[in-house]
Design a protein. Structure first.
Length: 735
């Protein structure tokens, strides 16, 4: 740890943004002014080891940004909902006190619950913070106690997480440090260099020792560009590639049948299924876009290296492959590969998607779902999938459900948004915005900046950054639990989620002690015993050092090898890995492989990508991050084949459209995508030329497992906009 300057001190915090790295962060604070003067990585962290990503290295620019929200506000009478030009958003609001804000919200929510039923209130949040307190504690207590509709938080990781759990019973994988031991590394549907940067040094260490890095991705990401080989797979065909690899592995005797007999239920059925003619490399090549000889070579390399007694093969599968209609099945299929080859028996082998279920936090004690039984409902409230927000806000009625997954019930009359820029990130955004514009919808937004969602708020409340409150952190990319200590006082009148929802709970349910718990008390509750778990934490060491690496079961050699023996499968129904039902490849409705109406009308597959230098839409409003991302700003990336057929050249303004919406971007022709695929970056809507972002094109269709978003199963058409159309648009606007 670096030595603080005179009149300053250093505080251990943790980056709580939605990233697998969960970096340890040291904050230098001026002891006289209380102002943070420096952020740096914690060199004692065993994974992140003292460096920060480009997003967080300049985090004080965010904390002390001149346009940060600092005070509660309410919409001025007569001001319509919707965006104002950036920098002028405050003109729609007037400042109020926290007491006034809490009173207004409490009175409005109580009145709505009384008139329409408590389920007419909907919380909407996700992973703007992934800390145990900020992600789900006092907020859940309040909405459970109210009897509000519950939110199925599935927009990012539910399909893959549920799929992995169905196979293994829990979620744990090799540590980032163990990647350095591998000789073959497959990065499947992930951009390590862009959004998992602290894994990269361990991959590079492995490569210096002779390892080979292969990236499987339909887009040429930073990671793909740096790899030894990039396999540019067609979107949504990952299941078929995994089955073709299994075909070769079983056919050529590279499967570990002794291990499968001991550790996998249904392996014979999987073997017979994989060996079917439709799963040969030749058949798979026509659909995946990867040549048959390349599939053969990939499968044999993976099978041989996995069975090696000297060094392992490892798969880093990320959430990219589960954001399609068959995304859950794709993750199941890929996660079965290390079972077929028994690569789990080698240190540094196996597959890593998420570690989220291995941390022994008592989240149920924080969230208290039993409070729903004390609500006016007296039962569990209905559940609304967050990917169907547009349907919930525009088509839900007491007698009609707009989808098979959404129960009918009262119309949503109140929306409370936090940890999320819903207007920008929810799919089918044209429908979402139509709902947010409703005059009869009361919307509260707890935020740090004037996001797209704040433009539609009735009440706006200022939120803290991770430097300004206490937090408890796990990780979905490593096994280090951490304590984030409060480094500075909140800017302006910002409050944490615990502070806001605790105050609202006390106002609506006076005298109920559950809403009076402090952040430190909630952390103690989260660390209290909750029955048998895989991992243990030394709570004293965690409080003393700010971090503690989980202790997991070890073998006789003192090494943790997840899923190397039957004992690791205690959380499954059979006590083994669950391979049934066998994964089936089904072409997504919105794909070139489909025979659907959509496929005939809109011939291009669209990848609405995340920016390398933003965190979803977080950081998108900051000039330094915009500058780093400038190369992709407002761009539609196309292959020469598709561009030439449409008379499009780099620099042309183009219209991208389907039945849900239309957006305007500038074409860039190159090799970042293959023929038949186009790509553009997620951004704030108000920063776009036409006030729309990529989610004007995405659908509310859900994944096969876990109810996840299907962002990457989107079909579009592209057409060139006439060169003088901008002048015509401006002339029409002037008239």
């Amino acid at each position: 740890m670096s030595q603080p300057r005179p009149n300053s001190h250093v505080v251990h915090t943790v980056c709580t943004h939605d990233c697998p790295d969960s970096c340890g962060v040291l904050v230098t604070v001026d002891s006289l002014t209380g102002r943070a003067t420096k952020v740096q990585g914690d060199p004692a962290h065993p994974v992140t080891r003292g460096f920060l990503c480009g997003k967080v290295a300049r985090y004080l620019d965010r904390v002390y940004a001149p346009d940060r929200l600092l005070y509660p506000m309410r919409r001025k009478p007569g001001m319509p909902k919707g965006p104002l030009p950036q920098g002028r958003e405050a003109e729609a609001f007037e400042r109020i006190s926290w007491d006034t804000a809490i009173d207004l919200i409490a009175e409005k929510l109580a009145a709505i619950a009384q008139e329409h039923g408590p389920e007419s209130i909907l919380p909407y949040s996700y992973a703007g913070t992934i800390g145990q307190l900020g992600f789900g504690s006092m907020d859940r207590r309040l909405f459970h106690r109210l009897g509000a509709s519950q939110l199925d938080r599935t927009i990012c990781s539910s399909a893959g997480g549920e799929a992995l759990t169905r196979v293994y019973g829990t979620r744990v994988g090799p540590t980032p440090q163990e990647f350095a031991l591998a000789k073959l590394i497959l990065v499947w549907g992930g951009n390590v260099h862009g959004n998992n940067i602290h894994l990269w040094p361990f991959i590079e260490q492995a490569r210096r020792n002779g390892a080979r890095l292969i990236v499987i991705d339909p887009y040429r990401t930073r990671t793909a560009a740096l790899a030894d080989e990039h396999l540019q797979i067609n979107p949504g065909t990952d299941t078929l590639l995994a089955l073709a690899m299994m075909h070769v592995i079983f056919r050529d005797g590279l499967a570990d049948e002794a291990y499968l007999r001991d550790c996998a239920d249904g392996w014979e059925q999987l073997r017979d299924h994989a060996l079917k003619p439709e799963h040969t490399p030749e058949r798979a090549a026509a659909i995946t876009g990867i040549a048959a000889d390349v599939i053969e070579r990939l499968a044999r390399a993976y099978g041989l290296q996995s069975r090696s007694t000297e060094a392992s093969a490892v798969i880093r599968v990320n959430y990219g492959i589960q954001r399609g209609e068959g995304g859950g099945t794709a993750v199941r299929a890929v996660s079965m590969l290390p079972l077929v080859t028994s690569s789990w028996k080698q240190r540094g082998g196996g597959v890593l998607l998420s570690m989220s279920k291995v941390f022994p936090f008592a989240s149920e004690k924080l969230q208290m779902p039993e409070l729903m039984r004390q609500s006016p409902l007296g039962r569990d409230a209905r559940v609304i999938n967050m990917n169907e927000l547009g349907l919930a806000l525009t088509e839900l009625s007491p007698t009609h459900s707009p989808s098979a997954t959404m129960p009918a019930g009262p119309v949503v009359k109140a929306l409370v948004v936090y940890n999320c820029n819903a207007a920008a990130v929810a799919p089918d955004s044209e429908r979402v915005l139509a709902g947010l514009r409703r005059d009869d919808l009361f919307t509260v937004v707890h935020e740090q900046f004037f996001t797209d969602t704040v433009d539609y708020a009735d009440i706006v409340l200022p939120a803290t950054t991770f430097l300004e409150h206490e937090e408890l952190m796990g990780s979905y990319g490593h096994r280090v639990a951490q304590r984030s200590f409060k480094a500075i006082e909140p800017s302006g009148e910002a409050r944490s989620n615990v502070g806001f929802f605790g105050a609202l709970g006390q106002r609506m349910f006076p005298g109920e002690a559950i809403f009076e718990a402090t952040e430190k008390e909630l952390i103690a509750q989260a660390l209290s015993p909750r029955g048998p778990t895989l991992a243990t934490i030394d709570v004293e060491a965690l409080e003393r050092d700010g971090q503690f690496e989980l202790v997991l079961p070890k073998n006789e050699q003192g090494i943790t090898l997840p899923f190397s023996t039957p004992a690791w499968f205690a959380h499954t129904r059979s006590g083994k890995a669950e391979l049934l039902p066998v994964p089936e490849f089904i072409a997504p409705i919105e794909s070139r492989s489909s025979e659907s109406h959509e496929a005939k009308s809109f011939p291009l597959e669209f990848l609405p990508r995340k920016a390398d230098n933003y965190m979803n839409t977080t950081f998108a409003n900051h000039a330094v991050h915009q500058q780093m991302e400038r190369r992709s700003e407002g761009m539609l990336e196309m292959h020469e084949t598709d561009a030439s057929a449409r008379g499009i050249a780099t620099g042309d303004r183009v219209s991208i459209f389907n039945a849900r919406g239309r957006i305007t971007l500038t074409a860039r022709i190159g090799s970042s995508v293959g023929a038949g695929v186009v790509a553009a970056r997620l951004d704030w809507q108000k920063l776009a030329e036409d006030g729309k972002n990529v989610n004007a094109l995405t659908s509310q269709r859900l994944t096969d497992i876990g109810g996840g978003a299907t962002f990457y199963s989107t079909l579009v058409e592209v057409e060139k906009i006439a060169a003088n159309s901008r002048l015509e648009d401006e002339a029409m606007a002037a008239d």
